[in-house]
Design a protein around this ligand. Structure first.
Ligand code: KIV
Ligand code: ZN
Length: 498
């Protein structure tokens, strides 16, 4: 019988730690439901003690999702575990993920402790968590740089204490694939009682080896892989779910299966990219725009004769629709609905009508509407929930003149107007905005990006604004880049803690 690899998705925990990628609870529920459709076994829904937002998201995801196990992260601290237990109370299947750093540098610099005391704390946390749930995963943070002999002692102790899964994170993305695989094999061979637990991989991509390390771990005995959609995650990210799932599907000889419905991979990738405002690099394996595009003449000729000459996977297997229809001003509601659904966004009724109205306005300005455009339109109504809204913006600008902006805002329904001059249109518009919103705030980062090509393109603006010692991330998209910039600034202000 073939072996089963459990897929543990941490897009909503490790993935969501990326600056600028934070989701609200409604968006997290949308992603969690999509992950359930995709067939992941475990959803790591958050780190409940870290913030009220994370706590609430774990509660709401637990209510919204039926089949996958819902997992909550904790440190090896009783208070963290108590809060995680409370957050998981509605989960049909629940897991607590507790752990502590085990490398010498974590033990010395993070905990000012020693190896024996770390084992005691690890065991105490697992035992405490087991009082509340049957499924307890233990992580040995920085296991990648932990000496194997000591790691085996830690793992043996936590398995004896009741851990059902042991996670061996390469937290810093340092390991070489052979080294990581040997670490997993060492644990399989040297830990008494290891047959009572599942070994999990958790690899970071700092040196571009996350997927290779994960596969090496799996080939040496790990039976759970911790992954994120599009490989998002802190710094260079985590192992990509889509890469592991497709490696196992393509290499049938390995005889290791997952529960992933691979045709849902592309829609899930698009949904996560769009909700997190995190573009997927065009050459990203499996889900990048160019992953199946053959541009050289030799390749095109071969693929036309027989696709197997240059393609190891069928794009349809990952949910890429070959017959993608290009949307234009003449496309109807049904075509828009279909395209959104291919991209993981299912909407109907009034919401579809509203997005369709915006679509027609955009199609008047742009010849061809891309998937990125419609995803932005579908996400734009998030701004409707905002307290502060941009009503109008007029800017005069040009060479040899000082830019002048007049702006109209609605704040909780009340109208405000102001005007200002500045060193360019964005500066003038933001100064006018600041005449109305008199709060201490500083623009820290500002990037403008075109989505595809053409002077009629939508401009996407990402901003970071500092206020009262915190950084806030904002996003705006518009064919007018000055408007997109002001919308991004307003998005930041709307997130200020009151
Ligand atoms: O990378 C890591 O070590 C982690 C743990 C908290 C599981 O994310
Ligand atoms: Zn991690």
């Amino acid at each position: 019988m073939s072996d089963r690899l459990y897929i543990f998705d941490t897009t909503l925990r490790d993935g969501e730690q990326v600056p600028g990628c934070q989701l609200n609870t409604v968006e997290k529920i949308q992603v969690a439901r999509q992950l359930e459709q995709l067939g992941v076994d475990v959803i790591e829904a958050g780190f409940p003690i870290s913030s009220p937002g994370d706590f609430n998201s774990v509660i709401e995801i637990s209510k919204a999702v039926t089949w996958p196990t819902i997992c909550a992260l904790t440190r090896a601290v009783q208070k963290d575990i108590d809060v995680a237990v409370e957050a998981l109370k509605y989960a049909k299947r629940k897991r607590i993920h507790t752990g502590i750093g085990t490398s010498d540098s974590h033990i010395k610099y993070k905990f000012n402790s020693n190896r024996e005391e770390i084992i005691e704390r690890a065991v105490a946390a697992v035992k405490y968590a087991r009082r509340f749930v049957d499924d307890v995963e233990f992580y040995a943070e920085d296991a990648g740089r932990t000496e194997n002999e000591y790691l085996a002692r830690v793992v043996e102790a936590v398995v004896k204490a009741g851990a059902t899964v042991v996670n061996i994170p390469d937290t810093t993305g340092y390991c070489l694939p052979a080294e990581y695989g040997a670490k997993i094999k060492y644990l399989c061979d040297h830990v008494a009682g290891i047959e009572n637990a599942i070994i999990s991989t958790h690899c970071h991509n700092d040196l571009g080896m996350a997927t290779a390390n994960t596969m090496s771990g799996v080939l040496n005995g790990a039976r759970q892989a911790e992954v994120t959609i599009n490989g998002i995650g802190e710094r260079a990210g985590n192992t990509s779910l889509e890469e592991v799932a497709m490696i196992l599907k393509c290499h049938k000889g390995l005889d290791i299966n997952t529960n992933i419905n691979t045709t849902k991979i592309y829609p899930t990738s698009r949904m996560v990219s769009s909700l997190m405002n995190m573009p997927v690099q065009p050459n990203k394996a499996i889900v990048g725009r160019n992953a199946f595009a053959h541009s050289s003449g030799i390749h095109q000729d071969g693929v036309l004769k027989n696709v197997q000459t240059y393609e190891i996977m069928d794009p349809k297997d990952v949910g890429i629709d070959d017959n993608a229809i290009v949307l234009t001003a003449r496309s109807g509601r049904a075509a828009l609905k279909h395209r959104l659904s291919v991209n993981g966004v299912d909407i109907d009724g009034e919401k579809l009508d509203n997005v369709y109205k915006e679509f027609l306005k955009l199609a008047d300005k742009k010849k061809e509407i891309t998937d990125d455009d419609i995803l932005i339109l579908a996400g734009a109504d998030r701004a409707d929930l905002h307290n502060i809204k941009l009503e109008y913006l007029q800017v005069t600008t040009g060479k040899g003149v000082r830019s002048v902006a007049s702006i109209g805002l609605s704040i909780s329904g009340e109208k405000f107007e102001a005007a200002a001059t500045g060193n360019g249109p964005v500066d003038a518009a933001i100064k006018a905005l600041k005449v109305i919103i008199r709060r201490e705030m500083t623009l820290k980062e500002f990037t403008i990006q075109a989505i595809s090509k053409g002077s009629d393109d939508l401009g996407k603006v990402h901003m970071q604004v500092e206020h009262a010692g915190h950084l806030y991330y904002g996003f705006g998209a518009n064919t007018d880049i000055v408007t997109a910039s002001v919308e991004a600034y307003i998005d930041c202000i709307n997130k200020f803690k009151k």
